[in-house]
Design a protein around this ligand. Structure first.
Ligand code: SIN
Length: 329
């Protein structure tokens, strides 16, 4: 594997000290802190162990990897994802998901909310009442959020519809040393539906969220289980409040940390085309789905497989604690 580095660094073989077996895989960073495009891998066929190891190493380093021209079908999507762990299988996957592939979830724009009797536009507006609240890791209010997500383009609009990711390790490192020390010891409540509503409201979707409530106390800074890096474990869609702070303190510090996490220098934006696949580390990155094509009437259909994750652990070694239990998928 070759990783194309900065101008100073030139191109390098994979990890330091490791004899690089030439799998033909090339990794080209596409932004300063996050994201790399991978070429030389054919995801439509089974990968050998060396290729999987190289892709995993690149993923841990760059947090999100992009592959183009892959044109996976559902079976190949699941098979590729299985190289990285056990796929999550949810009993409720919505009517768009392929019934014969329990590991795949399908998100079709213009449909969100309609299953709860809501107009799609209204649902979107309530869901993203502020920009920061749209950012999320997948299923972040669970005690065990997925480790990875593999998203593939089904139908893409002719323009627009990009997804953006932010690197939470870089965001943590970019905080001042006193602030890092402050957040290291804190814990926060993450709850389903926090990013849906600015105010209490009674609609079918809000009732669904309450009836299926999933909530967890996570460390505000988690230690990545594979890299040991400290991750500023914030996202606007699930994080409700920081424990031990007053309501006013919590809301201002949450806003400050969300702004930090989503500063443009920590982000990368990906233009989808047919055949494109993205895989990201859901433990170290948050993402923002696009909201710029619905008003144009374009279809955008995406398929995802999530890989089972573990319980986050804080800097003090203590794991997350459930608020609601059990937490069915
Ligand atoms: C997501 O928000 O989980 C999916 C991202 C996308 O559709 O771009």
């Amino acid at each position: 594997m070759t990783i194309h580095q900065s101008a100073q660094g030139g191109s390098q073989p994979s990890s330091a000290g490791e004899p690089a077996q030439d799998t033909g895989i090339e990794v080209e960073p596409v932004a300063g802190h996050i994201g790399a495009e991978v070429t030389g891998a054919d995801l439509t066929v089974p990968l050998d162990d060396t290729a999987v190891t190289q892709i995993r190493a690149a993923l841990l380093r760059f947090k999100v990897l992009f592959f183009r021209d892959q044109h996976l079908d559902h079976a190949a999507h699941v098979a590729f994802s299985r190289h990285f762990g056990e796929p999550v299988v949810r009993p409720r996957r919505g009517s768009s998901a392929p019934p014969e592939f329990a590991e795949i979830e399908t998100a079709a724009n213009r449909l969100g909310g309609t299953r709860f009797g809501l107009d799609h536009g209204e649902w979107l507006e309530r869901r993203r009442y502020s920009l920061l609240r749209g950012w999320h890791c997948d299923h972040g209010s669970r005690i065990d959020p997925p480790a990875l997500t593999v998203l593939r383009a089904g139908t893409v609009p002719p323009y627009g519809g990009d997804t953006t990711w932010a690197n939470l390790v870089a965001a943590y490192s970019g905080l001042s040393e006193p602030l890092r020390g402050f957040v290291d010891g804190l814990r926060a409540e993450h709850r389903l539906g926090v990013g849906y509503l600015p105010n209490p409201i009674d609609d079918e979707y809000a009732r669904h969220l309450l009836e299926h409530q999933i909530a967890t106390v996570h460390p505000l800074v988690r230690v990545h289980p594979e890299t040991g890096e400290r991750v500023l474990f914030v996202n606007g869609y699930y994080l409700q409040r920081i424990q031990g702070l007053s309501r006013a303190e919590s809301s201002r510090i949450v806003e400050l940390l969300l702004e930090q996490a989503t500063r443009p220098e920590y982000t990368v934006r990906f233009r989808w085309d047919p055949g494109a696949v993205a895989i990201w580390d859901n433990r170290a990155a948050i993402h923002l789905a696009p909201d710029d094509v619905n008003h144009l009437g374009f279809r955008r259909i995406m398929h995802r497989v999530m890989i089972t994750g573990d319980v986050p652990v804080g800097v003090d070694g203590s794991p997350s604690q459930p608020i609601t239990w059990p937490q069915p998928w």
